[in-house]
Design a protein around this ligand. Sequence first.
Ligand code: PAF
Length: 279
Amino acid sequence: MEIIRTIELLRKRVADAKAANKTIGLVPTMGALHDGHLSLIDRARKECDIVVVSDFVNPTQFNNPDDLKTYPRTEAADCSKMEAAGVDYAFIPSVEEIYPEPDTRVFDLGPVAEVMEGAMRPGHFNGVAQIVSKLFAIVTPDKAYFGEKDFQQIAVIRRMAELEGFDIDIVDCPIKREADGLALSSRNVRLSPEARAIAPEINRALRASLDFARDHSVAETRDFVVGTINSKGMETEYYEIVDARTMQPVADWADTPCAVGCVTVYCGGVRLIDNIKYQ
Ligand code: PAF
């Protein structure tokens, strides 16, 4: 594995790979790699000749400066994991390399970016679109891999790719979980032992809602999930049952063939997200 810190060198490696007719898979990450990331890398390894992983904590997508400051940074451990996973190029640029001047682009991301995370974290998705569009332009991958834990993010990235005319296969990959159901996240390391003990109740409530939904309305199912999570000592920021294609809230199960419930919860002060598909 080669660690690459400049755009120029990465472009050169990409050009050489393309000249040799190799396909390229990109796995964008913000580091603090866990088994969820490794499952994306595995998939890319199986489907592409060359695997590029970017490891960059993107400042423009943080709407909260404290969150950016405390975001886990574990470059050495990340490199060992990437090497063991068979990554070809680990792209680990500085902030100055990516943003030599402020990125003032504003993307017209539309309704998919206006609800849930878009409403709670102003500017967040524009920042995601800024960095992912830069990575797509630098790496020009055949395929790019994203985890379904950030379900709405994938819809936003698809929209950005459509707007910018990127011909890239955006591959969504299933959520990886701890044995007790907690969705893997770089933020889990911030959970206190007490918070870690109750955090699996988020996924438990979501799974219980699959049965509940069979004979209850969307609104009742929403209340069931929020009530169950809050009764375990956490605070639900939102629980929305949305159409998986548009991210717009559904009023009735019959309104969509693909309802997905997306939740954000404060657990001991740590903001966790998860989701579940109803069909
Ligand atoms: O999901 C993430 O880790 C980030 O939002 C991404 C896609 C790597 C962009 O910084």
